[in-house]
Design a protein around this ligand. Structure first.
Ligand SMILES: Nc1ncnc2c1ncn2[C@@H]1O[C@H](COP(=O)(O)OP(=O)(O)OP(=O)(O)O)[C@@H](O)[C@H]1O
Ligand SMILES: [Mg+2]
Length: 475
């Protein structure tokens, strides 16, 4: 389940990059010795490179100012600015250009100095023609790899940090992710189903120094209890029936990367203790193994259940909870950031039609229904809705194409003008009384489960608790 297979396009690209010799690559030769310059121009020109030359570093810098080069082949000892000084300037102003030094007198110092200042490599004059060709080819290959790597990394980061939403709660979340990503601390992501917990876990990884190492995700509720330990920590051959060979677990696969433990609330109680031990001791043993294996893994856990309830019920270990919950990210439910709905709809519209929307993607009637719907399945439900509607109603989402559960949702209560008693009233006392009645009805209907009652009333748990306290209802 190693999600790092994402890097596979990389192999594809590199192989066809290097199939075609030196075509199109630009090389600049810098040497004060005319015969050497001419020789290199002919030699590398024959290899298919576009080659230019300069007799001194000053001219070379002029050329660099005019157009870009992939590689510079420069002598070290030259009158005026020497090769090392040229190297320094190139590194500063054209960091994407590789530099290969030619050293006439093989003094070790020259070579060491050049490498220290970022030269790709050096070659001592006189050199073997084949050796030079290989060195040039390797330097250019390494350059391609570097560029490709940067491109892929940007692409991945853009994709995985690809949250849509400009609401305040989302903006605060992005900032928090950015800040937290850099640290190695464990993170607990909580939020209802479909709010983007996995997206956040990936963003944490992609923005962390571990981004080039694996991101491994495991859903704790999807693996049978009996297999979970071996899944996480691996096993030795013969550890149990069916263990026909040594096998590394997810911790080993995620080494130096991030392990995402999704639905952590479903982790069996016994394994919670084992996980806690790994987090504390930073090492583990394979099932049936005696050797301790070091673990350098960042743990990101997620849950859409209320772990506080599980703590109280005793189904989740408190010590593990505090270990995981060094930093908590709360994914806001979609109904608390209604202003993001049009943006998300546009995003998913583009995803499913392959076209950017030129205007609004839904009719005003459809939008009215959508906006007042509470989306218990959050972004995932919205995404499914857009997919369904684009299939059913084409380029514009109509009211008729909305799923029945949305159409039958009562929506905001009809507000008819209210009559006020002739003698006047105490609005505050009246509203307080109404509020108290709604709070206790919700609690009753939800059998005293406060998180559910809060949800039922469309309130955040915080706000619900605050209201209970206000009326002394928080037992
Ligand atoms: N802010 C967002 N912008 C764009 N896409 C989003 C956003 N939030 C969620 N999504 C998309 O919605 C879907 C559900 O997100 P994700 O799987 O991360 O949710 P989750 O919180 O892990 O849900 P669950 O608890 O059900 O596993 C994914 O396709 C994800 O890409
Ligand atoms: Mg998920």
């Amino acid at each position: 389940m190693n999600k790092n297979a994402l890097f596979s396009p990389f192999t594809l690209h590199t192989s066809h990059f290097f199939g075609g010799g030196g075509m199109g690559r630009r090389i600049l030769i810098v040497d004060d010795e005319t015969s050497m310059r001419e020789f290199l121009v002919i030699l590398l020109g024959r290899e298919g490179y576009a080659v230019e030359s300069a007799a001194d570093a000053e001219t070379a810098l002029e050329r660099l100012g005019e157009r870009s080069f992939d590689l510079i082949l420069s002598d070290v000892k030259m009158p005026g600015l020497d090769g090392i000084a040229l190297l320094e300037r190139v590194k500063r102003s054209w960091p994407d250009t590789a530099v290969l030094m030619l050293t006439a007198y093989t003094t070790a110092e020259d070579a060491v100095e050049a490498m220290k200042r970022g030269a790709y490599d050096y070659i001592a004059k006189p050199f073997k023609v084949e050796e030079l060709k290989i060195l040039v080819r390797n330097a250019l290959e390494k350059l391609d790899l570097k560029k490709e790597n940067v491109r892929l990394r940007q692409e991945l980061r853009r994709r995985f940090s690809g949250f849509i939403g400009k609401s305040r709660s989302m903006t605060e979340l992005y900032l928090l992710i950015e800040k937290v990503a850099a640290s190695g601390s464990s993170v607990l992501i909580v939020g209802e189903s479909g709010t983007g917990k996995e997206l956040a876990a990936r963003a944490l990884h992609e923005q962390s120094p571990r981004r080039d190492k694996p991101f491994v995700a495991v859903n704790c509720s999807a693996i049978p209890e009996t297999l979970m330990e071996s899944e996480l920590f691996g096993h030795k051959k013969g550890a149990f029936t069916g263990a026909i060979a040594d096998q590394p677990g997810l911790f080993e696969q995620a080494e130096r990367g991030t392990l995402f433990l999704d639905e952590i609330g479903d982790l069996p109680f016994l394994l919670q203790a084992k996980l806690l031990r790994v987090l504390q001791e930073k090492e583990f043993r394979r099932v049936g193994g005696s050797e301790a294996i070091k673990a350098d893994v960042r743990i990101v856990a997620a849950s859409n259940r209320d772990l506080q309830v599980q703590l109280r019920e005793g189904t989740f270990r408190e010590d593990l909870f505090y270990r995981l919950n060094v930093i908590m990210l709360r994914m806001p439910p979609l109904r608390e950031r209604v202003e993001d709905i049009p943006l998300l709809m546009e995003h998913f519209f583009r995803k499913y039609t392959g076209k950017a929307a030129s205007g609004p993607v839904a009719t005003p009637e459809a939008l009215k229904v959508i906006i007042s719907y509470p989306f218990p399945g959050n972004v995932r439900e919205l995404e499914n809705m857009v997919e369904r509607c684009t299939v059913l109603s084409g380029p514009m989402l109509s009211r008729a194409s909305l799923p029945p559960e949305m159409l039958s949702f009562p929506g905001p209560v009809d507000l008819h003008p209210l009559e006020i008693p002739r003698e006047g009233m105490n609005l505050e006392a009246y509203l307080d009384a109404m509020e108290q009645r709604y709070l206790s009805s919700a609690l009753e209907q939800c059998h005293g489960v406060k998180t559910r009652a809060a949800e039922f009333l469309g309130l955040s748990f915080r706000s619900f608790r605050y209201r209970l306290a206000k009326f002394g209802m928080d037992d």
